[in-house]
Design a protein around this ligand. Structure first.
Ligand code: NAD
Length: 463
């Protein structure tokens, strides 16, 4: 199939490269010339494990390319996917990129012969495709739905695992309000073996928000229990979580193995049932508020989801309040932050919990040094553009001479730390603030450091 994708970001580029890998001919359209140039030369503008190799292979096989020329891309393909940003504006969804893309596609469809399907891959509030995208396409194309097709096809890939997720999907969701759009569009996924959930346009859109809201809910639930554990004292959330996870409805016994062998399935969802310093990234922090804002506009107040958001906002601040208290103030204290990317294996720093943490520290007068294996460059250009920080090229350099170290991202290289070495180069009895519960408390304390961990407050916080 010949497919054009508008937007060559995380979703557009990964989808494009993967769809060409399974045999389609794909062209990604972007409006940033350097991005297009970089993609065409085989260099991925974003970091995603395995992406660059796949990009080069498919460029070479001439199944994949990138362009600035939207008109030609749409003209020469049968299906166009919209994968442009849907950011947040005052807590509600900002549809201006989706609307602009729909207008541009519609203009091309006006003179294009043959049936063409437009699919909205961006995450959009339920009813966007039928009440916003459809009218724009009909007006600009001067054609009625039926003369062209319209689907929604929300994307569920996770950054850091995006290639695997796309090439081995657990399900594909396709929304359409007419049979023909679906019949044509589903061919995009014919090389994949997975269930296809076919619904109307707005149901497909809500499936995406339901999925993201559940993930956010599980994280905030875990963080709320962690805060309760802290308030009571002498309870470690890690032990609580282990006791929870071993419920066989969460970790079922392997079929046929019986409970005696103890062999269990560890579902991926459990990684969201863990306490930490809050969720971040390009999806949950914008999508949950967008759903709430829209529900409120429709006359329903989503109390539970509003609390999920509130807990997530407070989580990094609560952790920094504890450090502030333990250090007796932060003015002129040196604090190192390990991890800026919102999760490991990505350079994406959008809405990372590192941002409120660093903001808190700077506001309180601390001197902050940061380290991240991949996210420093992005952070310097975007979220920390106006901040006075030290960017370190190694974790130990960042921590040298610091009164405290705050671990924000669970990068594998942060998991194994030589605490003796760390203790030698940090200030005497410096604090390790374990925002992801990566460390054994005792190992930190035995090295002469002090420990603050999400979801644990001892009768004496300090050993
Ligand atoms: P992104 O910012 O990484 O990429 C979007 C790209 O679209 C940019 O390169 C931008 O230049 C380009 N663009 C915008 N308007 C354009 C236009 N009119 N013509 C050509 N190019 C245009 O965004 P993303 O992370 O890929 O997210 C895209 C959508 O997918 C969002 O709705 C997001 O919520 C959703 N989504 C993202 C993820 C994720 O993990 N990033 C996962 C699932 C869904």
């Amino acid at each position: 199939m010949r497919i054009s994708i508008i937007g060559a970001g995380y979703v557009g580029l990964v989808s494009g490269v993967c769809l060409s890998e399974v045999g389609h001919h794909v062209v990604c359209v972007d409006q940033i010339p350097e991005k297009v140039e970089s993609i065409r030369s085989g260099k991925s503008p974003i970091f995603e494990p395995g992406l660059e190799e796949l990009l080069r292979r498919n460029l070479k096989a001439r199944r994949f390319t990138a362009t600035l020329d939207m008109a030609r891309a749409v003209e020469n393909t049968e299906v166009t996917m919209i994968a442009v940003p849907t950011p947040s504006r005052n807590g509600a969804i900002d549809l201006r990129y989706v609307e602009a893309a729909a207008r541009q596609i519609g203009h091309v469809l006006r003179n294009k012969r043959g049936y063409h399907v437009v699919a909205v891959k961006s995450t959009v509030i339920p009813s966007t495709s039928d009440t916003v995208v459809k009218p724009i396409l009909q007006q600009t194309a001067r054609k009625a739905l039926g003369e062209f097709g319209l689907c929604t096809n929300p994307e569920f890939l996770r950054e850091g695992d995006a290639i695997k997720d796309f090439l081995r999907p657990d399900r594909v969701v396709i929304g359409s309000d007419d049979e023909r759009s679906f019949r044509v569009f589903k061919k995009v996924y014919s090389p994949f073996r997975c269930p296809i959930v076919h619904t109307n346009l707005r149901t497909a859109e809500l499936i995406k928000y339901t999925s993201n809201s559940l993930l956010a809910l599980l994280i905030s639930y875990s963080n709320e229990i962690a805060s309760i554990a802290e308030a009571i004292g002498d309870i470690d959330i890690v032990d609580v979580t282990r006791g929870l996870h071993l419920d066989n409805r969460l970790m079922p016994f392997l079929k046929g193995s019986g409970s005696s062998s103890g062999e269990r399935i560890t579902p991926g969802i459990l990684t969201y049932l863990k306490a930490g310093c809050g969720y971040g990234g390009s999806c949950l922090p914008k999508d949950v508020p967008a759903l709430c804002a829209f529900a409120e506009k429709q006359g329903y107040k989503p109390h539970l989801l509003r609390d999920v958001i509130g807990i997530n906002h407070r989580q990094p601040v609560r952790l920094m309040d504890r450090l502030h208290h333990e250090l007796g103030g932060l003015r002129n204290k040196k604090v190192a932050v390990w991890g800026i990317a919102f999760k490991p294996d990505t350079d994406d720093v959008r809405d990372t919990p590192a941002k409120p943490i660093v903001d808190f520290l700077l506001k309180a007068g601390a001197k902050v040094s940061v380290y991240d294996p991949l996210g420093l460059e992005q952070a310097r250009k975007t979220i920390f553009k106006d901040c006075h920080l030290t960017y370190s090229e190694s974790p130990f350099k960042a921590a040298a001479g610091a009164h405290a170290l705050v671990v924000v991202t669970a990068w594998p290289q942060f998991k194994k730390v030589d605490f003796r070495k760390l203790s030698d180069l940090m200030k005497k009895r410096a604090f390790v603030v374990d925002g992801r519960r990566l460390y054994k408390r005792q190992s930190v304390i035995q090295a002469g450091l002090q420990y603050i961990g999400v979801g644990y407050r001892g009768s004496r916080e300090v050993a």
